[in-house]
Design a binder for this molecule. Sequence first.
Ligand code: HPA
Ligand code: ZN
Length: 325
Amino acid sequence: EVTSNFVFGLPKAELHVHLEGTLEPELKLSLAQKNQINIGFETIQDIRKTYNYNSLSSFLDVYYSGMSVLQTEGDFYRLAMEYFKKAKENNVRHVEAFFDPQAHLTRGINFDTFINGYYRACQDAKALNVDAHLIMCFLRDMPAQSANEVLLMAQHHREKILGVGLDSDEHHNPPLKFAYPFSNAIAQGYHTTMHADVDQVDSIEHIKQALEIINVERIDHGTNIVENDDLVDLVKKTQLGLTACPLSNKFISDDYKGKEILELLDQDIKISINSDDPAYFGGYISDNYLALAKNYELTVEDVIEFAKNSFKTSWISPVQKNIYL
Ligand code: HPA
Ligand code: ZN
């Protein structure tokens, strides 16, 4: 039987968490007061009442509007540090966390402000025994040219960023749109991943583009490959990582997608369990494991396999990986 103690205690890597999605209502209120920003709510309960999305776009509206409270380098540091403390409580040893530069640049926040806050938190996370790294995401509902500009800005901070990702609203925003910034990022030595959120329009076509044209190293979500045997074979052959997020799936498509996730695990696909936007989807990484355990009769072996996959498909050095496998 899979117990809470076992899941919390198992060493894990987290490969799919958006730092802006770790903004808890308490911190949102506290920063709103400090920065004198009117967010339209005065209590935690009122904030939580708006967390009732049923699609990617309805979630994203709440997610982006919440970020307005993040203003100073110290705010970004505090956001990331509070998440790293949660990571420690979940025995997450290694994190590759997303952040959304354009969501801050478009509000008039400088690149230096958020990257320096986030990076300083990554360094201080070492004291918690959490090995923390950053993945810069392009917003796919913005023009490719804007992604190019972000990549240019990031050149001054190259060593602070491990990889590049793609998130936000997927509809009519295929991977191919970002072929240029991604090939440029690969040439600069960034690792790469892209979202293929559950049950999106053209999901299969988007995953094909990400794998065959962009040549990404991982897919975030991507569980819709179960619909296509050729894609399952390809993902299996290439040992490509999929980062599943059950609690997120439950909001976006009213289904944890546990059946699909376990089917892929059984087919030896390197799929891991992650938290996506834990402050918005009701739980951190262990809660995601436990939601599957409770609803789909996970075995202890399944749980161990997910955790191993998280290290195997992480971007840590092979030597460091051996510590966990
Ligand atoms: N999907 C797409 N974009 C996002 C997400 C997500 O789950 N979270 C934050 N940005
Ligand atoms: Zn995500």
